[in-house]
Design a protein around this ligand. Sequence first.
Ligand SMILES: NC(=O)c1ccc[n+]([C@@H]2O[C@H](COP(=O)([O-])OP(=O)(O)OC[C@H]3O[C@@H](n4cnc5c(N)ncnc54)[C@H](OP(=O)(O)O)[C@@H]3O)[C@@H](O)[C@H]2O)c1
Length: 213
Amino acid sequence: MPTNKTLAILGAGKLGIVLTQLAIKAGYSVYIAGSSSPDKIALTIKVLTPGATAATVNDAIDHADIVILALPLGKYRTLPAGLLAGKLVIDAMNYWWEVDGNDSEFNNPTTSSSEIVQQFLQGSRVVKAISHMGYHHLHDEARPAGQTGRKAIAIAGDDDSDNQAVATLVNDLGFDPVIIGPLARGNILEPGHELFGANLDHQTLQAIASNHK
Ligand SMILES: NC(=O)c1ccc[n+]([C@@H]2O[C@H](COP(=O)([O-])OP(=O)(O)OC[C@H]3O[C@@H](n4cnc5c(N)ncnc54)[C@H](OP(=O)(O)O)[C@@H]3O)[C@@H](O)[C@H]2O)c1
């Protein structure tokens, strides 16, 4: 039975592995998938993220209510939109031309990349989050709520209860959640913007987000 304590993480690279480690530590069940057979990532998962399950993309999605997209943005069209329908999907992806190629779709300044992903995943509820902080900072900076120096992660989504669900997850992973507005606001977290790479405390992140109209 899927619950908010079971995550599917699509992408078993730098970001996906660190998020899996943090989620396992926080008591979540995690199904993690790369682009191909689970056999290809099984040893990595066993060694780096004990307790997680290496799965196919479809199996991982089947098990979870919350799905985190931790794959190259340029691959978003390979996602099984039908299977993702009804799921809360956290878009942690960024447009990085060296990886994704020069894709004019992502060069439109009026549409955030998460809105493009939402258009493709029409039956899903997409929230942009866990996208601006580098994986090494995610690994090093996670700490319990209330601890001095805790860092913050921005969340942009259209539905209040989905934003709250993502905020709960972000808090469980070890960061202060900062809801910055609807999905379209996710553009201020993208590469080329001030908050991309942000490894900041709650107040500082909130202040910078508020200054971007
Ligand atoms: N690295 C960071 O610090 C960081 C921080 C925040 C956000 N992000 C974003 O997170 C995403 C992943 O970055 P990364 O640095 O983790 O990349 P990465 O280390 O290159 O890992 C990418 C992973 O995605 C998998 N993948 C590729 N196509 C897939 C598909 N169709 N379905 C499922 N999995 C697929 C790859 O599997 P194969 O090896 O089998 O191809 C690989 O496991 C990017 O959009 C990036 O902008 C990265």
